[in-house]
Ligand binder design. Structure first.
Ligand code: HEM
Length: 116
């Protein structure tokens, strides 16, 4: 079971990397481009791996702070909700959007690392 947890953490960190990478990808796109669908893929990967880690905790003998995970989930739902709305509408991504999304990702990294 420890290998399963490690695999999920591995994918969870790759999901974070995808979200950060999307910020730089988005910056290189011409002004007026729609939001890159990669934001949605990264957010979905974080949701699936994060919830799997939390739900499997009794089997992996992990002891997580569920208040922290609840707040991380809320932050991720804002990221995913914004990404979903803008990817589906395919309107030009506003300038504030990529900065807001990546800032929320950084908030979640901070919560993960500094709040034990
Ligand atoms: C943008 C969203 C998210 C980001 C950037 C993120 C980032 C991270 C990072 C960097 C870690 C590693 C921390 C460390 O090893 O010290 C981590 C661990 C973890 N995250 Fe997330 N996370 C996100 C969303 C979520 C969500 C929504 C959940 C569950 C509801 C979740 C559950 C967990 C759990 C359970 C761990 C601990 C894994 C372990 O070491 O056993 N994460 N997260």
């Amino acid at each position: 079971m420890e290998f399963v947890r490690q695999l999920l953490v591995f994918l969870h960190l790759l999901g974070m990397a995808i979200l950060v990478a999307m910020f730089f990808v988005q910056r290189r796109l011409p002004a007026g481009s729609p939001l890159n669908v990669g934001w949605l893929h990264g957010a979905a990967l974080q949701l699936v791996t994060g919830l799997a880690l939390q739900l499997l905790a009794p089997l992996t003998h992990a002891d997580y702070n569920h208040v922290k995970l609840g707040i991380k989930l809320l932050v991720l739902l804002v990221i995913g909700g914004l990404a979903l709305v803008y990817v589906i509408r395919r309107v030009p991504a506003p300038r504030w959007l990529p900065v807001t999304l990546v800032s929320l990702v950084v908030v979640n990294v901070g919560l993960a690392v500094f709040w034990s």
